[in-house]
Design a protein around this ligand. Sequence first.
Ligand code: ADE
Length: 248
Amino acid sequence: MQIDILTLFPQMFQGPFSTGIFQRAIDREMVSVNIHNIRDYTYDKHHTVDDYAYGGGAGMVLKPEPIFEAVESVKSGVSLKKGGELPVILLTPQGRLFSQQIALELSRCSRLILICGRYEGVDERVREHLVTDEISIGDYVLSGGEIAAMVVVDAVVRLLPGVLGSEASPLDDSHSAGLLEYPQYTRPAVYRGWSVPDVLLSGNHAQIAKWRREQAIIRTLERRPELLGKANLNSEEKRLVNRLSTSP
Ligand code: ADE
């Protein structure tokens, strides 16, 4: 996967993409991330990227020209696989709310272009004529799209085949099956008198899988009950939810 990120603050991306699984994915050429400075696509003496809003009001608006030019330049670099689409995503609090489902959808693309918004906003023509998608990482306002872009890229890259050590592990993640993840334990079996549940030490894989599934359901019911509506529960599991929801 090739990811191109357009930003006014390239230095913000130095840390997150040079550690852990990310660095490994880059080293193994599973992903390449290119950071582009939007300011490099300005041609005036002062490298102007923003201007006052037509109609007045406080705050500056990002100009359309450098953003269009940056995206067009990045697009011209590499040819797409036949039939492949190239999402151009604006990070903005007005976008569709990011989720594990959207991460999975994006992980199937061979290329992504992410535009980090800044200041009071981006000229509307960028939205109308350049971007194909708008994503928000939550109902709060960050000072720019950079941290949101890092969140999106992290969630997507760890889903690429082979990036995590074990192929199976992203499927166990919270949210992957519409449920929060079950509790995890490691050694020691007893710590300060607190024991690991016996079933996990039993070696009985069927019992362990059953316990984990039940725990995931219980945890989801306690913390994020609204998720259960969309989770794929069998009739026995639905009875468990009913029993737990009605018990005092
Ligand atoms: N830019 C500012 N706030 C944002 C948010 N919540 N999500 C995505 N981009 C943003």
